[in-house]
Design a protein around this ligand. Sequence first.
Ligand SMILES: C[S@@+](CC[C@H](N)C(=O)[O-])C[C@H]1O[C@@H](n2cnc3c(N)ncnc32)[C@H](O)[C@@H]1O
Length: 846
Amino acid sequence: MEAERGRPAKRARVDGGDEDQENSKQLNTISGQSCKKAKAAEQEEDGVARPSTDAVLHGNGELPAEPQQTLPAASPSPLQEKVAEPAPARSAEQIPPVAAANVAAVQTNGCTGSAPEKTDSQEGGTNPSQQLGAVSTPNGEVHAPPAPDGMPAVQREVEAAATTLKGLKDISATQTLEYPAALPMQGQSAGASEAAGPSQPPQQSAGASEAAGPSQVPHQSAEAAGPSQPEAAAEPQPSHEEGGATPEMIAAVNEKYHLNEPYKVDVEAAAAGAERLRKYRQHVADLKAQGRMKPDMIAFKDRKVELGTPLQVIGQIPGVAVGAKFQNKGELAIMGVHTNISGGIYFKGKNPAYSIVLAGNYSDDHDAGDVIDYTGMGGQDSNGRQMADQDWVRGNLALKLSFEQGTPIRVIRGVNVEKTYDGLYRVTKCWKEAGKDHDRIICRFRLVPIPGHSMLSERVIMRARHVKRAFDVVHLQGGHRLLLSSADLHRLPPPTERPGLITEDISGGAETVKIPAFNSVDDTPLDPLEYIRESRIGSEAAQRRADDAKVAYCHVFCGRAKSACAYDEQGLVNRKHANLPCFAECPATCAGSRLCKKNQVVTKGITLPLEVVYTGPARQWGLTCAQDIPEGAFICEYAGSVITDEEADNLDAAADHDKYLYDMSDFVRENIPDKADKGGFRPPVPPDPADPTLLIENCLTIDARCTGNVARFMNHACTGGNNVFPRPVLVEGCTGLFYKVAFFAAQFIPVGTELTYDYHWKESHFKGGCHCGSGTCRAPAGQPPPLSASNPPPAPAGQLPPPMAKSPPAPVPLPPPVAKDAPPAALPDLPRASATVAMNTAADAV
Ligand SMILES: C[S@@+](CC[C@H](N)C(=O)[O-])C[C@H]1O[C@@H](n2cnc3c(N)ncnc32)[C@H](O)[C@@H]1O
């Protein structure tokens, strides 16, 4: 027997079952009763009269002042109450499982895992078609309109999805979601709503997805999503409906969950829900006051005593407006929106899924707004990398059942802590494919918004930051570690004697060495750049965060007291200490021993004759050096305007603003092992100012788009192809949040070789693929651009590009990249400047 809640006019269904596995242990009782007892109690209830109020739970979940006065008693919670009116709809368990023929179709659709296990209703032998009074269409063959020639696969599927939605029940094109007034309207799914409108021919409905693009977030159209999606490949994909719910099944689901009419918030439930949320927040505050760790988690676990367990609801949660914002996953959980506090898929047993959270954590996720391609669960390590194959089990099975049965899924978006409930979506396709990480097999789900029940708060993108996902272990070779005094260090002629010189010094005198820029390839100019030698705080929020960090730790004393000195007598990173968690330097004023003097390398700034060189259209500008670089030498730091992670999230990816971001999360996100080497040290992470019992979760990001130094020109090369490595370096005044990101030579680097390091980007961040040219490249560019005088082949990392025909030939042939173990290339034509002079002169001037 099932408990139905929400009034008949409402669309939510509640089943009184257990929660998903992740939470069941702590959440299976209500107010001291066993879960079973609680369920029985609910089932006996006839409903609770609720006072009328205009309150709607939205925005921050708070009620407007006036309705708050009419709040109903909060116990029992509306999420536990039964409605007075009889509930005509059936439970999720009664929604038919897909017909056997459709299961077979799923398997041909790439869903090659085991067939779904029987649900309870299957055990009972119920005929789904009879149950719903629907006409069975065993293979679902004619649900998608014929696609016009040349239409991208993604667009075709969007069109088919829209057709499926519109063809089922009378979803009017004029129906729109009633947005809470306080919410921004940008990005709402009106376009999708129209796309699904019955008055539109199929082609228009597909186009509507495109048409919706310009008015929404750039790159939001399905087409824009295409290139990075596997199904956009030449191989034709079967229609997404194969194996999925038939139109008749979806029509029945729409009726059951009231999806044929725009969503209206139940104001009474909203009032009670707001009270429930208020009590939860109060509980969190009390726990904080007691100094308890993780108060939001504890409060969530305690809710069975305080507030009662939220029950499983398919569809809209009564009283929760689409667009409602939640401060953390605990709030989502307490409201029953997404009760799996630690997982991305909220499911229970072998039933259809309830909700998913998009947080931008998975490299295979693709959120184009009106089309989401969601990656299943399982097999990921703590860094989100796919380490094992996925299968149709647990949450993946639940989402597959949603696909087969056509049931709605709540979608929640939010990269950071705050999450937005974006309404109901439907799974229109599920399949398996090789993921980007190590080619592991992943389960994939395509979701499209349900018109009138959905909106788009933000397109969740992966920020293209230079992230240190893992602390690379650097193996300095040591074999050809030339001393700075060696006369064997080769130098190029002075910049003024070489072609393509654009400017003699991009730093405008800010650095103690001049940094010239060359373009011998075409007429591409340098973008304007405000050159700064060191990072500086770029916002008030970043200043506050940096100040907070000083409470935990501030590097003001002798670095050698904290950590072994990372440098040798020549100022080169000592092989023994290359893998220290960070290098802690001594200030110029250090009163320590004479050894402290050698512990000042990054502090002194750039000393090498670095040069900015245009490499070609594929990678544009890059960084080289006009002399050989000894292994372990300091190259430069990454300088820019320091902002908070949240501010970085809001930068416009479409304007390529994000490609100059460097995420300083090393210590906060524990990318660095506690002790990578003897003598290692980690600056402590400061407490969260909002909750001193918690460690800070978000940190600072260096933005070098408009303000920065020469490091912003350094390109990426995959493992095996790069020659530079970054390390956090603490100089005077640095903290665990605000430190220097310094680059060092991982090997001897011959003069003129391009300097590159591993961005640890997701492959999708290289829009045209990676052009590092390394044999072990993770995402080699598929189609190299056609070659022409203005579009020469991209120079592989490690080589300068060949000059254009119109340019005079380079006076000195450039050396090929050398193997790590090879001796430095002999360049008899090059004038041999004394590196000692070159480098010491610069250093002395500091
Ligand atoms: C920090 S910037 C590096 C400087 C950049 N090349 C420029 O011209 O300003 C990062 C950007 O350079 C390009 N890039 C760097 N390494 C690349 C690679 N291996 N393949 C393709 N593009 C690369 C990408 O456009 C990336 O967003």
